[in-house]
Design a protein around this ligand. Structure first.
Ligand SMILES: [Zn+2]
Length: 339
């Protein structure tokens, strides 16, 4: 145990050292004039993560690595992309010439591949957050594997390029089974230190106050936002301004090697993209009212989606869900709930 831990610590130290090189490479490669501006956050350093063995980062019940120094932050955005808000998040990050990590939901990526490409074009790191924002704590290995693998394959197919082997558990709910699987696939998982809880308010000022208060107390950390939330889209520019004013520095996490995907899940992801495309075309043709790009379980033909590793839908649960949907004030992405 001690030996294994030592090996991973060395890996992180190695990653930190090589991060300096990556930072130099990034600086040299950057032709963006704003990169040299001192009134912007920019990036203080890049950490290149060797994901061999599936290391974990951030505050975590299972124990994870804290790679940050005082006043350093890592910016992370979960659950997207969702164009109206993801676009505003990109704009705010650009205004500070800084970079973040996006943990995308496979189903969301499939719904808007162009937005996935846009995030990548801006130089951000892209990881995943399962196919359907599943709570992996309550499922067996087969379903956990399916959610993880299709999540990666879907985002890779949507982007048309490899992504980072970086993962975040939906709802931050881990299980030994899923952690074991991620480790076997050399995928790093990221917990959080500072929680914006942007999903429970539409008020950007509340999000800003929460984040800055937690940071003042803790001094550093991995920040969690959601690029599907209007409060974050509204608040991010202000938050980044305050981070700069208060002397915080942004660390960018990049992978040493890309995520690998499995052929059968790649095929399934391609089919999902095709289905989504056809559904969108049909909607445009028939001029039906807007149907969600991620309705939480309907396929292109309008039937409830059953994933290959999933259980058959329980009709009672379906009725319950329909009732909840009718009474909910939330819009179609209410299935996200929190995290
Ligand atoms: Zn989430």
């Amino acid at each position: 145990m001690r030996r294994a831990l030592a090996a991973v610590v060395e890996m992180v130290i190695f990653a930190l050292a090589s991060g300096l090189l990556a930072q130099a490479a990034w600086a040299a490669a950057s032709v963006d004039a704003c990169a040299t501006r001192t009134d912007m956050l920019g990036i203080s350093r890049v950490i290149e993560v060797d994901t061999t063995g599936g290391p974990m980062f951030g505050r975590s019940p299972q124990g994870a690595f804290d790679v940050l120094d005082d006043h350093e932050v890592i910016l992370t955005f979960d659950d997207g992309p969702l164009r109206p808000y993801t676009a505003k998040v990109l704009e705010a990050l650009d205004a500070h010439c800084t970079k973040a990590t996006f943990f995308m939901v496979g189903r969301m990526a499939v719904a808007d591949p162009a937005m996935v490409k846009e995030v990548a074009k801006h130089g951000h790191t892209i990881g995943t957050h399962t196919w359907s924002h599943a709570k992996l704590q309550t499922v067996g290995l087969n379903e956990a594997r399916g959610e993880i693998e299709l999540g990666f394959s879907a985002v890779v197919k949507a982007l048309g390029k490899p992504i980072a082997p970086f993962f975040r558990f939906p709802y931050l709910r881990m299980s030994d089974t899923a952690i074991g699987y991620l480790k076997s696939r050399n995928v790093a998982s990221f917990y959080i230190d500072i929680d914006s809880r942007d999903f429970d308010t539409r008020d950007g000022a509340t999000v800003e106050r929460r984040v800055l208060a937690q940071l003042a107390k803790r001094g550093k950390g991995i920040l969690l936002f959601h690029d599907i939330q209007p409060s974050t889209a509204q608040a991010l520019k202000g938050i980044l301004n305050k981070l700069k004013m208060r002397g915080y520095k942004v660390v960018h996490m990049v992978p040493k090697t890309n995520a690998t995907t499995l052929a059968n899940f790649d095929k399934l992801a391609s089919r999902k993209i095709e289905q989504r495309k056809r559904a969108t075309e049909n909607q445009q043709l028939t001029k039906h009212s807007v149907v969600s790009p991620a309705t939480g379980g309907t396929s292109a033909n309008g039937k409830r989606e059953v994933l290959p590793w999933g259980k058959k839908p329980d009709p009672t649960a379906s009725r319950r869900k329909a009732r909840a949907k009718r009474t909910s004030n939330n819009s179609w992405y209410s299935w996200f709930g929190a995290w």
